[in-house]
Design a protein around this ligand. Structure first.
Ligand SMILES: [Zn+2]
Length: 281
């Protein structure tokens, strides 16, 4: 990626209402540009809600407006499911989202890949790794080009702490981490909270995956509330102790490039908070 871009998790809230059959996704891309933001995450979290007809138009419009598109896959996925039906459904959801996201020209797609299901790492890790390997192979065979990114889990029961994300990205071609900085904060129960801690995470990524990983970041950042088991819910930065300036400091120090998607309730408000802090320093 050429630089660090900031954008919204979904269609900006201030996007005007569609008239007639206008596509909200297309209006959202234009609104992102009007706001001075540079990326938008297409939210397939409940369903793949961009039609095959709109997808190539989204791709073209994003290119014209210099907006990078990413996607967030469905929530109902568990690549460590013991039930064969759940596993097959999870795989299908991922493949469907990847195909359509790629038709939209999305560069990267993130997922909450799996739950530990109370298994030890020797058991769940190979399950997740082998599923991701088979998914990326199938996508390659179909000619679908998109980064598949398991996301840093906000809850202690979710697959995806930093070590696991680095390991699976080393083990599986086409897989890279999606770092949700607020999830790292929540999962550590507030311990990972300042520029030094966040910088150490980036250093660990560089050590495990090379400088390329820091030039190819797909991240989430937002305010968050947490309890004993990690993430509770997302908040605006103004309602949360996680200070966005600490994130910005670490990102600057490591000169990261890629996309920061803001998942605060005020998606464009906090995306602009981050972008302004980034541009100022
Ligand atoms: Zn997510």
């Amino acid at each position: 990626m050429d630089r660090l871009r900031f954008g919204t998790a979904g269609i900006p809230l201030s996007t005007r209402k569609p008239a007639g059959k206008e596509s909200r996704t297309l209006l959202g891309i234009e609104r992102v540009r009007e706001l001075g933001l540079e990326s938008m995450e297409i939210e397939f979290v409940r369903s793949v809600n961009v039609s095959a007809e709109v997808a190539p138009r989204a791709k073209e419009l994003a290119r014209k407006n210099d907006v990078v598109l990413t996607s967030h896959g469905q929530y109902f996925v568990n690549l460590n499911a013991t039930d064969k039906g759940t596993l097959a459904a999870s795989r299908k959801r991922i493949l469907d989202a990847c195909r359509r996201a790629s038709e939209c020209g999305a560069w990267s797609i993130c997922y909450h890949a799996a739950y530990y299901m109370k298994m030890p790492a020797e058991q769940y890790y190979p399950n997740v790794r082998d599923q991701l390997a088979s998914l990326t192979k199938q996508l390659r065979d179909e000619g679908v080009k998109i980064w598949l990114r398991p996301e840093y889990g906000g809850k202690l029961s979710q697959f995806g702490d930093l070590k696991e994300l680095i390991r699976v990205a080393q083990d599986v071609e086409g897989v890279a981490p999606c770092i949700d900085w607020a999830h790292a904060y929540a999962r550590s129960l507030g311990k990972l909270c300042n520029a030094k801690h966040f910088g150490e995470m980036l250093a660990e990524m560089e050590k495990g995956l090379g400088r390329e990983a820091l030039d190819n970041m797909h991240c989430h950042a937002e305010g968050i509330a947490f309890g004993d088991t990690g993430e509770r819910n997302h908040l605006n930065f103004s309602e949360c102790k996680l200070d966005p300036r600490e994130l910005i400091r670490a990102w600057k120090e490591y000169r990261i490039k890629g996309v920061i998607t803001c998942e605060s309730p005020s998606i464009e408000g906090d995306a602009l908070v981050l972008k302004r802090l980034w541009d100022k320093n």
